[in-house]
Design a protein around this ligand. Structure first.
Ligand code: BGC
Length: 332
C-alpha cells in the first residue's frame, strides 16, 4: 500500500515538473550531425548553438561532420545513441532519406530535431518525437526579389537601357528546398514588382563560393557586360560571383547588381562595402537558440509550450532584409 502511494506521488511529481530523459546520471548529452562542416552558414549556426548551450551549464554537446555522406550520418546516429545522447539534432545530408535515422530514433526512444535541410511532412509525422527547426524558403526568395527590385528602381542598373533585367542565377544543391524555392520566388517577385526579366543563364554551384566563382568566370567570358543582375541562392555563391568579377579585372562601375541570402559574416561585410547591394538574413542566431531551447526542454522533460511549435513539430524563424541602411544591426 505504501509503495503504491509513493508510486502515485512520484508520478504526480514527475508529471508536474517533467521527467528528465538523461541517460547519463542527470547530465544532458546532445548529439549533432551536420551534413558538411565546411558549409559557411552551417558552421556559423553551429557556433551560435555551441555558445547557447554552453551558457546553460552542465550539458555536453558532441558534433559530427557527415562530410556529405548519408551513410556516414546514419552511422553517426548509431554512434550517438550508443554514447548515450539524450536528444539528437540532424542536419540531413539527403533530405529525402531520413528513414534510417527515424527508425533508430523510434526504436531507442530518442527525440530528433532535424534542422536546415527540411524533410517532407510525411516523414516528420512518422513519430511524435521528431521536430524541425528552420525557416520559410519562399519568404527568403520574395525578399531577395524585393532587394533586387529596389536596386533597379532608378534605372541606372539597367546597363543597356532596354527596360529589361538580364539576370543569372547561382543555385544551391539540386533538390534542396531552399535552392528550388528561392530561385522561383525571387524571379517571380521581380515580375510582380513590375519588371520585365530575361534569364541569361543559371548554374548549380552547390552553395559553394569557389564553384560559383568558376561558373561566374564562365558566364563573364560568354556574356560579358550584358549581365545586369546576379541572384545568389546564398551569400557564399554571391561572393563567388564577386571573386570572379575581381579576377576578371572588371571595374566596379561595370559590375552587375549582386544579391545574396544568409547574412554570413563575409556576406554582411560585402553589404557594408557595397559589393553586394543587399542580402536576406537567414536567422542563424534564432535558429540556433530555438534548437538549443528545444533540445534542452526535451532532454529535461519540460513543457514545450513556450516554444510555440507549429503543429507540435515546427519552429521556423522569419527572414529579414538587409541593406546598407540596416546592416549595422547585424554586425557582431
Ligand atoms: C543556406 C545555405 C547553406 C544551406 C545548407 C541554406 O539555408 O542558405 O547557405 O549552404 O542551407 O543546407
Amino acid at each position: 500500500m505504501k509503495k503504491a502511494v509513493c508510486a502515485l506521488l512520484c508520478a504526480a511529481l514527475l508529471g508536474g515538473c517533467g521527467e528528465s530523459r538523461s541517460r547519463n546520471d542527470g547530465k544532458i548529452r546532445i548529439g549533432v550531425s551536420v551534413y558538411d562542416s565546411y558549409d559557411t552558414f552551417i558552421s556559423e549556426l553551429m557556433k551560435e548553438f555551441n555558445t547557447d548551450v554552453a551558457d546553460t551549464g552542465d550539458i555536453t554537446v558532441e558534433v559530427y561532420n557527415a562530410s556529405g555522406s548519408q551513410q556516414t550520418q546514419n552511422k553517426q546516429m548509431e554512434n550517438m545513441i550508443e554514447k548515450g545522447c539524450d536528444v539528437i539534432c540532424i542536419n540531413l545530408v539527403d533530405r529525402t532519406s531520413p528513414k534510417k535515422i527515424i527508425d533508430l530514433a523510434k526504436k531507442n526512444n530518442i527525440p530528433v530535431i532535424f534542422f536546415n535541410r527540411e524533410l517532407v511532412e510525411e516523414d516528420l509525422s512518422q513519430w511524435e518525437e521528431l521536430y524541425y527547426v528552420g525557416a520559410d524558403a519562399a519568404q527568403s526568395g520574395v525578399m531577395e526579389g524585393q532587394v533586387a527590385a529596389s536596386a533597379f528602381a532608378d534605372g541606372t542598373a539597367d546597363k543597356n537601357g532596354d527596360g529589361v533585367i538580364q539576370y543569372i542565377v547561382l543555385e544551391g544543391e539540386a533538390g534542396h528546398q531552399d535552392a528550388v524555392v528561392r530561385t522561383e520566388r525571387s524571379v517571380d517577385t521581380l515580375i510582380e514588382e513590375g519588371y520585365e526579366v530575361d534569364k541569361i543563364a543559371s548554374a548549380i554551384a552547390n552553395w559553394s563560393r569557389s564553384q560559383a566563382q568558376t561558373r561566374m568566370a564562365g558566364f563573364l567570358e560568354t556574356y560579358g557586360n550584358s549581365i545586369e543582375l546576379v541572384l545568389g541562392n546564398n551569400d557564399d555563391m554571391a561572393l563567388g560571383a564577386i571573386d570572379a568579377l575581381k579576377a576578371a579585372g572588371i571595374p566596379r562601375a561595370a559590375w552587375p547588381v549582386i544579391v545574396g541570402i544568409d547574412g554570413t559574416t563575409a556576406g554582411l561585410q560585402a553589404v557594408v562595402n557595397g559589393e553586394m547591394i543587399g542580402t536576406v538574413y537567414n536567422d542563424k542566431k534564432g535558429q540556433a537558440k530555438a534548437m538549443a531551447d528545444l533540445a534542452i526542454a526535451l532532454a529535461r522533460g519540460e513543457s514545450l509550450d513556450h516554444l510555440n511549435l507549429k503543429n507540435d513539430k515546427y519552429i521556423r524563424l522569419p527572414y529579414q532584409i538587409i541593406t546598407i541602411d540596416n546592416v549595422s544591426d547585424y554586425l557582431d
